[in-house]
Design a protein around this ligand. Structure first.
Ligand code: NAD
Length: 357
């Protein structure tokens, strides 16, 4: 009974426990909301300490996907899957093909993609059993690496923030501090460099930094320094939870706009603190939707140019979020939630449960 309360509290439609002893599969698929279309969301492979911890995570992530897809204007709902296991040692073809059969059984109500602990190869094993999977390689007709489109979306979203906070949307000469020199940061810095932004970058890995500064001009700073530098834009492109009580008091930026997921350690409290401090925060799930836009494009037959074009809509969405935030005097992270809920409410009258057929 308490499980139904759990689902009802956050509005989840369906949760599926998948088990197969021979394959060593223990997985949970959560479908949060299919008002706009089939639920899309990644498969996370993680060594959860308990089944309850896995359930909690999959429910949280599935709900987040509903908001992300709704705000991005996609006709997709929110879902997520988790596989309980060690992604370093526990992966094989049987595991993912068995998991793929469970996805097939949902008849298109859930479409999966890569997430923490899973990669393109795993998606290709799933593809052997079901077409309801994205993030497969370009060679097989998929969308390949989402990082270029994610980065483009962040760049475009940054420009929208600059328009509001820095007078116009040019990033020329603007001091942008990038935390993390990974896949997305790589492409983001390319755009920033083309626009002659003043780039500062950090990473805990020396090799990543070396690679980045070999192709763009950037000042390298130590990982902890990013919280104390004075700059125009801070771009978190590494980890979640880095905007918290400790860092907010140190931050001296006008804008926070980066690709990392779950940047606010405490959504309610930290979002409010940034708003009160006058720092414009581009809600992470809005500005980093390029990755989702990229895989969603795969469902229509992937075209990179179309995915990039679609990611450009992030500019107008950020402008809209800022407008709501100003009009209602609420933090931007709350404004984007309202925007998503509004879309769900408006479309909800037409279609509630996606049949998948
Ligand atoms: P990545 O693993 O390629 O890059 C992350 C980089 O951050 C690594 O180089 C890592 O060494 C560095 N890092 C880790 N801790 C750090 C610290 N304390 N200080 C400085 N650097 C640190 O990952 P990515 O694909 O570029 O994604 C970055 C983030 O964006 C992740 O949180 C990811 O979940 C999120 N995201 C990625 C995409 C995508 O398309 N790849 C889409 C949406 C969201």
């Amino acid at each position: 009974m308490e499980y139904f309360n759990l689902l009802e509290n956050q509005g989840h439609e369906q949760v599926v426990f998948c088990s197969n002893k021979e394959a060593g599969l223990k997985s949970i698929i959560a479908i949060h909301n299919t008002t706009l279309g089939p639920a899309i969301g990644g498969t996370r492979m993680w060594h959860y300490a308990t089944t309850d911890a896995a359930l909690k995570d999959v429910l949280r992530l599935a709900r987040g996907m509903t908001y992300k897809a709704a705000v991005a204007g996609l006709n997709l709902g929110g879902g997520q899957a988790v596989i309980i296991g060690n992604s370093e040692t526990g992966k094989n073809e049987l595991l993912f093909r068995t998991f793929g059969k469970f996805i097939a059984g949902l008849g298109g109500r859930y479409i999966t993609a890569e997430d923490v602990g899973t990669e393109m190869r795993d998606m290709e094993f799933i593809r052997m059993e079901t077409k309801h999977v994205t993030g497969i390689s370009k060679a097989l007709g998929g969308s390949g690496d989402p990082a270029p489109v994610s980065a483009y979306g962040v760049y475009i979203g940054m420009k929208a923030c600059a328009k509001e906070k820095l007078g116009n949307d040019s990033l020329e000469g603007k001091k942008v501090v990038v935390q993390g020199a990974g896949r997305v940061a790589h492409y983001l810095c390319e755009h920033l460099s083309n626009e002659n932004a003043d780039i500062y970058v950090t990473d805990i890995r020396e090799d990543r930094i070396k690679r980045l500064v070999s192709f763009v001009k950037a000042v390298v700073v130590k990982p902890d320094e990013v919280y104390d530098i004075k700059g125009d834009i801070f771009a978190p492109c590494a980890l979640g939870g880095i905007i918290n009580d400790d860092t907010i008091s140190r931050l001296n930026y006008k804008i926070i706009a980066g690709v990392a997921n779950n940047q606010l350690e405490d959504e309610e409290k930290n979002g409010k603190a940034l708003f009160e401090k006058g720092i414009l925060y581009a809600p992470d799930y809005v500005i980093n939707a390029g990755g989702l836009i990229n895989v969603a494009n795969e469902l229509e037959g992937y075209r990179h140019d179309r995915a990039l074009k679609r990611a450009e809509s992030i500019y107008d969405i950020i402008i809209k979020v800022i407008e709501i935030s100003k009009k209602m005097n609420i933090p931007t992270n709350k404004a984007s939630n309202l925007l998503a809920e509004e879309r769900l409410k408006n479309i909800g009258g037409i279609r509630n449960i996606y049949s998948g057929f």
